[in-house]
Design a protein around this ligand. Structure first.
Ligand SMILES: Nc1ncnc2c1ncn2[C@@H]1O[C@H](COP(=O)(O)OP(=O)(O)OP(=O)(O)O)[C@@H](O)[C@H]1O
Ligand SMILES: [Mg+2]
Length: 491
């Protein structure tokens, strides 16, 4: 138990003021009971309800009154050094008298070498106390402790329901692995929910676990859990990208392989609007079979002025705790190119992101998408940042036929009677989104004329549409020329 050892060291060193910020009071008390044995000092707990009470001896008698100031006065006068856990003390830190007494004890003015420990869910120290405090974090439970929680909750269930929990061994191992990063209380609550829902622990519990864990971790709402991932079979074209992902899946998921390969870190998808970048990002998560988290960098600036970096750090840490997962940064150029008067925040955010990308150890696969390359900071495009930069171009003729097939099928129409080649020929220069739109508009036209949708409807719609690539021909051509030199075609 690394952290308990640290705690013992802190106590042996007679650290004057410790702060433990946690909602898990019970665990704090347990940890101190263990650690105190080596420090040869008595251990006391104070709370507003019970006053001061000794913890290391079986002594139920409360000493003194619950009054905070009287208690501190008593502590100060005590000759024998001791350790005091002060529970929920935060409100008293506002009073001059209390603060003065605390300082005197901590500075050991006429006072023995006591250790005061402030324990609470959130503890903010006044400026003149903060530099004297040592913050201490409870260790999160390790795999062994988490496995024990799973066993205990399975046992509880079977005792209460008179029947065994059906446990699939692989899933149980995956559950334990995915509980990493949670506190004991949170892990127990989630495991309990999974087991009690159906008296079983199986593969179906893993997505539930990911959602529950996500809800606990993303307290700032910067990450969005995308419930809808996609499959690569829903994506037309992009053959090279699909192959690239398929080849790296085992390494990403940490499967054993004949040769040791570096796990992939992330890709950047650049390209023409409406050609499937966002869809492909979803399909990467679907292809890997892991949760998809979208990071809203725009909201990072808007919501938390001045706290941007802290919140970004928090969001990235949460993503790591949900690993393996795909972290999706959609339209990254909009978030990173906030030129001008933002006090260099977007620069620092970019720097932070790049460092994180290079150093992170957890399997978080980053998929960034962008369609305006001019606005992208050059650092992002430098070699070695992303594993690969893919260019998602307008679909070729074969892919357009595939697009028509996919989008007809998506609307429960049988593609067989349609002349897909003719539709593809009529939709030169159309993006995937525009071909999808042909199907939608065609369905309306067919409904209006009370006929079933056929090839002619789609071709008529195509002739009536001017695709973006024609309207903005210069921009699309410039983008392509730029991409030819710097990126790999996704198809
Ligand atoms: N390659 C494709 N395969 C299947 N459907 C596609 C494809 N490209 C586009 N679509 C359809 O068009 C919709 C819009 O595409 P998507 O949002 O992925 O484009 P995008 O490249 O992210 O565009 P933007 O640059 O505007 O964000 C998709 O939801 C999908 O229905
Ligand atoms: Mg998009």
């Amino acid at each position: 138990m690394g952290a308990n050892q640290d705690l013992a060291t802190l106590l042996r060193a007679r650290t004057p003021l410790l702060v433990v910020e946690t909602a898990e009071e019970g665990r704090v008390i347990e940890s101190f009971r263990h650690a105190i044995a080596q420090s040869l000092r008595p251990l006391y707990q104070w709370s507003i309800t019970d006053g001061l009470r000794r913890l290391d001896l079986d002594d139920d008698e409360a000493e003194g009154l619950p009054d905070a100031t009287l208690t501190l006065t008593a502590i100060k006068q005590r000759r024998e050094p001791a350790v005091f856990l002060l529970l929920d003390f935060q409100p008293y830190l506002r009073y001059t008298m209390t603060l003065r007494l605390l300082r005197e004890i901590v500075l050991r003015q006429d006072s023995a070498e006591h250790t005061l420990v402030l324990v609470g869910a959130r503890i903010e120290l006044p400026d003149d106390l903060a530099p004297m405090a040592t913050r201490f974090e409870l260790a999160l439970p390790d795999a062994e402790a988490l496995a024990k929680i799973v066993r205990e909750e399975a046992f509880n269930y079977s005792r209460e329901h008179g029947k065994r929990v059906e446990v699939d061994a692989d899933s149980a191992r995956a559950v334990v692995r995915n509980l990493r990063g949670l506190t004991v209380a949170d892990a127990r609550r989630i495991v309990r929910k999974l087991i009690y829902a159906d008296g079983a622990l199986g593969p179906g519990d893993l997505p539930e676990l990911a959602k529950a864990k996500f809800a606990l971790l993303d307290r700032e709402n910067l990450l969005h859990f995308e419930y809808e991932t996609a499959r690569f079979t829903d994506v037309a074209g992009l053959a090279r990208l699909k192959r690239w992902i398929a080849q790296r899946e085992p390494a990403f998921l940490g499967r054993r392989m004949p040769v040791k390969l570096d796990p992939p870190k992330g890709i950047l998808l650049l390209g023409v609007q409406g050609c499937g970048k966002s869809l492909a990002a979803k399909a990467v998560a679907g292809g890997f079979g892991v949760p998809l988290l979208r990071l809203d960098i725009g909201a990072l600036y808007n919501k938390y002025h001045g706290e941007t970096e802290r919140n970004l750090r928090g969001a990235l840490k949460s993503a790591e705790l949900l690993a393996p997962c795909v972290l999706w940064l959609d339209e990254i150029e909009k978030a990173l190119a906030t030129a001008g008067n933002d006090d260099g925040v977007s620069r620092r955010v970019l720097g932070f992101l790049l460092t994180w990308m290079a150093e992170r150890k957890a399997p978080v696969f980053l998929v960034a998408t962008a369609n305006d390359v001019q606005a992208l900071p050059p650092e992002l495009l430098r070699k070695g940042r992303f594993d690969e930069i893919f260019f998602v171009d307008l679909p070729d003729e074969a892919t357009r036929a595939e697009l028509a097939r996919i989008h007809l099928a998506k609307r429960e129409l049988d593609p067989a009677p349609f002349d897909l080649a003719a539709i593809a020929a009529a939709s030169e220069g159309f993006s995937g989104a525009e071909i999808e739109q042909l199907v939608v508009a065609g369905l309306y036209a067919a409904a209006a004329s009370r006929r079933a949708l056929d090839t002619a409807h789609l071709i008529d719609e195509a002739h009536a549409t001017r695709p973006l690539s024609v309207i903005m021909a210069d921009r699309v051509e410039a983008l392509r020329a730029w991409a030819r030199e710097r990126t790999v075609p996704a198809d």
